[in-house]
Design a protein around this ligand. Structure first.
Ligand code: SIN
Length: 278
């Protein structure tokens, strides 16, 4: 595609926008970078169509926003350790991202964003659903916000990645990251508050009895998954989704078996999460 007049079209009033008229295969000038960055900050996840990115172009686009992270469990293609292949077909026993999560939140400095470019899509299905953790936070009552503000939670890569590796028969011994993060994190750019726990990585709330931790997390997981703050993206070949992991969770739908869905993700490094009272 070639650059034309660009347009940012919100998908919902809460989350998601589709950007047209920007060619991500070419270096972005300052104006276009600003449009993309501002749209990501405002809409939390942004979508592009018809982007035939090579792996190098994909990485170059990602690097505009920060360094690229190497995934702690899945190897990239030869020569591209920063690329995460996302692939499912008739031989798959699982897919990536089948439960709600913010990417690799088990890292001490979890990624700010992820950029997924799908090359092959199934004839039907394979959508990704994104949820605004700003909106989920905003919908909590004042006493609940106050209660959660003081809490931290442990995030552990071992349960999720370990399960994946057992399912695919990978017995390579590996150690996965663990990290303690605030349950409510303040976005470093927008200053908005977002819920930052997810079923894939968060094992428990710290410094409370186990039964209380279970009850709090079960409430939050259910609350975060409510449809009120979601956008559902219908992929086409060469579409790109770019989400801000600091304020968005996502889940991938595996409703297309045995068809093939395939592409690549880059993951942009981020900072240590913090909570600052507003
Ligand atoms: C992921 O990055 O969690 C995978 C998302 C997807 O395949 O839609």
């Amino acid at each position: 595609m070639s650059d034309a007049t660009f347009q940012v079209k919100p998908c919902t009033a809460t989350i998601g926008a589709e950007i047209s008229g920007i060619d991500l295969c070419r270096p972005l000038d300052r104006t276009r970078f600003g449009v993309v960055y501002d749209a990501l900050m405002a809409h939390q996840v942004i979508f592009f169509r018809d982007q035939k990115l090579t792996l190098d172009q994909h990485k170059a686009f990602g690097r505009l926003f920060g360094g690229l992270m190497v995934h702690p469990n899945t190897k990239g293609p030869d020569g591209h350790p920063e690329i995460l292949p996302v692939h499912a077909d008739a031989n798959s026993k699982r897919i990536s991202g089948e439960r709600w999560h913010s990417d690799v939140s088990c890292e001490v400095e979890p990624p700010m964003g992820s950029i997924l470019n799908l090359k092959t899509i199934p004839p039907v299905g394979g959508d990704t659903v994104f949820a605004s953790m700003y909106a989920a936070y905003d919908a909590l009552s004042a006493p609940m916000k106050q209660f959660l503000a003081g809490l931290t939670a442990m995030h552990d890569g071992a349960p999720g990645y370990g399960k994946t590796n057992r399912i695919i028969g990978d017995a390579t011994p590996k150690t996965f990251p663990t990290a303690s993060h605030p349950v409510i994190r303040t976005h470093p750019t927008t200053g908005r508050q977002a819920i930052y726990v997810s079923p894939v990585f968060t094992t428990h709330i710290e410094n409370v009895p186990e039964a209380e931790s279970r009850a709090i997390l079960s409430f939050l997981f259910e609350h975060c998954a409510r449809p009120h703050w979601q956008v559902r993206f219908r992929w086409a070949a060469d579409s790109v989704a770019f989400w801000d992991n600091r304020c968005v969770q996502h889940i991938a739908m595996w409703d297309y078996f045995p068809a093939t869905r395939s592409g690549y993700r880059v993951t942009v490094k981020g900072d240590r999460p913090f909570y600052r009272a507003s």
